[in-house]
Ligand binder design. Sequence first.
Ligand code: HOZ
Length: 432
Amino acid sequence: MSHNLLSSNFFTMAKDVIPGGVNSPVRACMSVGCDPVFIEKAEECYLYDPDGNSYIDYVCSWGPMILGHGHPHMVSAVSEALAQGTSFGAPTWREVALANKIVDMLPSIEMVRLVNSGTEATMSAIRLARGYTGRKKILKFDGCYHGHADSFLVKAGSGVATLGIPGSPGVPEEIVSNTISIPFNNRSALEKAIEQETDQLAAVIMEPVPANMGVILPDEGFLEFVREKTSKNNILLIFDEVITGFRLAPGGAQEYFGIMPDITCLGKIIGGGLPVGAYGGKKEIMEQIAPSGPVYQAGTLSGNPLATAAGIATLEVLERPGFYESLKEKADYLAEGMKKLATDSGIPCVNQRIGSMMTTFFGQQEPVKNFQDAMKSDTDMYAAFYRNMLSEGIWLAPSQFEAAFVSLAHNWDALDFTLDAAESAFTRLKNI
Ligand code: HOZ
């Protein structure tokens, strides 16, 4: 199929028929003051728009494209599945194969249920936690984003933070009154909340490394502290590893930090760019899910053949020797280069990184440790940096409160090109 339309034509048409012209709010690029660029195709680490421009992609579809675009192993696995049928509404061998891979790779998972998105995984996980414990409340951390289900839209990160929406109309007060939100990296706030709500708290849910308010690192010992306090009070610990799962290590943040949650939520990379989510944990807990137990959760397209084929193929590549070392080497190079350019330019900013995910917080001089710190960032300066980088052909997240991702497909030329572009962007910022 071909057309003669430009990206701007598509956006004009989209605004008539899709709210805001986009199917997920951050993509509208409102906080960086430009219209979204429509994408026509992608290959390796490059995105191509209909106007003939190419971009080096550091959004990586917000995390899933850890292999880059069109990896041959993925393409052949999905093509083979496509030829066999797109959906059966019946169990298939690929679901068992993907579940086995997840159980093998994620240290705390003994049993897993596949769903269609990270949001579905987190909302199902808290239902399970409530069903298992017989308690109602959940505790989250300010600025962590666990998808758009009602219970999580309290001081949430990602698009909610980007658009400055405090909560959301349409979410009943009765529902969010069961959600407690406290600052990340704050031990006394956690202790206090647990003390006040011990008998009511079903679960603490957290991104072990928050990446939806920009990348924030857990303070030394913080995850251990959360694990200890939750275990002591019979509160389930849910790790939302939708972003960190398979990104920080084959076994996600739980392997990286050596902390075992009770339930883990997954998404993004396990679908390799197709819609998949999953939640898993100890057998004793997972067996509460219907049909083996009474906690209901279902899905017409769950375990879809194309999505599971993409997931299996992606995980197979991750398991190849040297995968994570190579990713880290590239991310080190990029992050070190960015830090040096920022220091040389004198522009106040802090680059925070772990493995292959990073954020440069503008207007900051000290490490950013929680949502309250992150919100003090200079979002106008980020927007100016974003626009400069885009004009140089670098595709960053159109929000200060997201992460940049490096993929296997980023080659040294692309990384050098990015650093050259960043050098000019910093110089231009200095001259504003
Ligand atoms: N929630 C995603 C970022 N953390 C944004 C998804 C999108 O706009 O595609």
